[in-house]
Design a protein around this ligand. Structure first.
Ligand code: OFO
Length: 168
C-alpha cells in the first residue's frame, strides 16, 4: 500500500519520464532534419529508454494497489542551434530528472516507505549513469571539435551504454 503522498509523487514522475521520452523524440527529429544520423539514432534510443522508465513507474504504482495516472504530455520545448547546445540541453534535463528522483527518495524516507525506497534505488543508479553518459558525449565533442561533427556523428552510438534489461 502506498501513502497518498508517495502515490502522488510517483504519478508526477510518470509525467516527467513521459515528457523526457517526448523531449528526446523531438530532439531526435531535429537531429534527423539536420542530417545527423548517429545523433538521431542515439536520441531515438533514449526515447525508448525513457518510455521504459515511465512504464516502470506505472506498473509499480499499480502493483502496490495505487492508481497510475496517464497524463496529457506537455509539448516538449527546446531551442538549440548546435550539437553542443543540444547535449547541454540533454544534460540539463537529466539533472532536473535526478533532482526529482532525489525528491522521491527524500519523501519515501520521511514516510518510512522502505519498499519504495529500495525500488527507487534502480533510478538513483540509472541517473548516475545517464548523467555520466551525457558528460562523456560532451567530452568527446570537445575532443573532436565542432569542425569534425562527421566523425562524432558516426561514432556516437558506440558511447551508448545499453539500459538495464536491454540486450547488450
Ligand atoms: Fe528517465 O532517465 Fe533520463 O530522464
Amino acid at each position: 500500500m502506498l501513502s497518498k503522498k508517495v502515490e502522488n509523487i510517483l504519478n508526477k514522475q510518470i509525467e516527467k519520464e513521459g515528457y523526457s521520452s517526448n523531449l528526446y523524440l523531438a530532439m531526435a527529429s531535429w537531429a534527423e532534419n539536420e542530417g545527423y544520423k548517429g545523433i538521431s539514432d542515439w536520441l531515438y534510443a533514449q526515447t525508448e529508454e525513457e518510455r521504459m522508465h515511465m512504464l516502470k513507474f506505472i506498473s509499480y504504482i499499480n502493483e502496490k494497489d495505487g492508481k497510475a495516472i496517464i497524463p496529457a504530455f506537455e509539448k516538449p520545448v527546446f531551442k538549440v542551434k548546435t550539437v553542443k547546445e543540444l547535449f547541454d540541453a540533454v544534460l540539463k534535463h537529466e539533472k532536473f530528472i535526478t533532482a526529482s528522483i532525489n525528491d522521491i527518495v527524500e519523501l519515501v524516507l520521511q514516510e518510512k516507505d522502505f519498499s519504495t525506497y529500495s525500488w527507487v534505488q534502480w533510478f538513483v543508479t540509472e541517473q548516475i549513469e545517464e548523467e555520466a553518459n551525457v558528460r562523456a558525449i560532451l567530452d568527446k565533442l570537445k575532443l573532436v571539435g565542432e569542425a569534425n561533427l562527421y566523425l562524432f556523428d558516426r561514432d556516437i552510438m558506440t558511447l551508448r551504454t545499453p539500459a538495464a534489461g536491454e540486450g547488450a
